[in-house]
Ligand binder design. Structure first.
Ligand code: BGC
Length: 245
């Protein structure tokens, strides 16, 4: 079954048609810069443009980089604060004319990894962390998602973990892989002391360079790089939207 997946991020909004049986793209990926400021109407217009580009007339699964409950954005760490309280589902449905499901971006990435990637057939407690502009988290217990966990905002050494362990922090602060890997390790060690997972899956675009920083990670929990990398959001959002069809 084919579903349009859209991934709304702080810097880019990406869309592709997804073959949900295989968890693969069934079209090229279209990327459009996130409007700045990233206010609801401007972002929704870009999602409308993506839907129109694919001439789409069916379900859309769409990620959003914040807490989303019943389609409503509840927080806005890396997007314009005007989103807080916005019914994103309703807005995107009226913009695209299609049924839309909206979910947290890390939850979407987690769904993709559990169905098609590094978490396939893994039971117990699996934590997927995406290290990008922010830190996204998703938790699965025996394959079932506990949504909107926001474990990226744990406080480490008096600071939000996002200021130390995101790929953005690595680039902005010029950390070496070793310096950054140690910060990621500290974050994971703290997290494992709180939730004792069976597996960590590390996602986000930087996960393709996992060999550079995994050697510095000292946590006891098994750790695996994400397999869908920066496709995970689009693929997971599309998989989550199947119920709309
Ligand atoms: C947000 C999360 C989001 C993550 C990744 C965090 O700043 O609070 O909701 O999943 O960034 O985009």
């Amino acid at each position: 079954m084919e579903v349009l997946g859209v991934d709304i991020g702080g810097s880019g909004i990406k869309g592709a048609i997804v073959d949900t049986a295989e968890g693969r793209f069934a079209s090229e990926r279209l990327r459009i810069e996130t409007p700045q400021p990233s206010k609801p109407a401007a972002v929704a217009a870009v999602v409308g443009e993506i839907s129109a580009h694919f001439n789409w007339r069916s379900a859309i699964g769409c990620t959003f980089p914040a807490v989303v409950k019943r389609g409503v954005a509840m927080t806005a760490a890396n997007v314009d604060s005007a989103w807080i309280g916005t019914d994103a589902k309703r807005l995107l449905e009226s913009e695209t004319g299609n049924p839309v499901i909206v979910l947290n971006d890390a939850d979407a990435a987690g769904i993709a990894e559990m169905r098609y990637g590094a978490g396939r057939d893994r039971d117990g407690l699996v934590a997927i962390l995406t290290l990008g502009t922010g830190i996204g988290s998703s938790l699965f217990i025996d394959g079932r998602l506990a949504p909107n966990t926001e474990l990226g905002h744990l406080i480490i050494r008096g600071k939000d973990a996002e200021e130390r362990a995101t790929d953005r922090a690595r680039q902005e602060r010029g950390y070496s892989w070793k310096q950054w890997g140690k910060r990621v390790s500290e974050y994971l060690e703290y997290l494992e002391s709180l939730i004792t997972p069976d597996l960590f899956i590390i996602g986000g675009g930087v996960s393709k360079r996992y060999q550079k920083f995994f050697p510095y990670i000292k946590c006891k929990t098994a750790i695996a790089p994400a397999q869908l990398r920066n496709r995970a959001g689009i693929v997971g959002a599309a998989a989550a939207a199947i119920d709309l069809l």
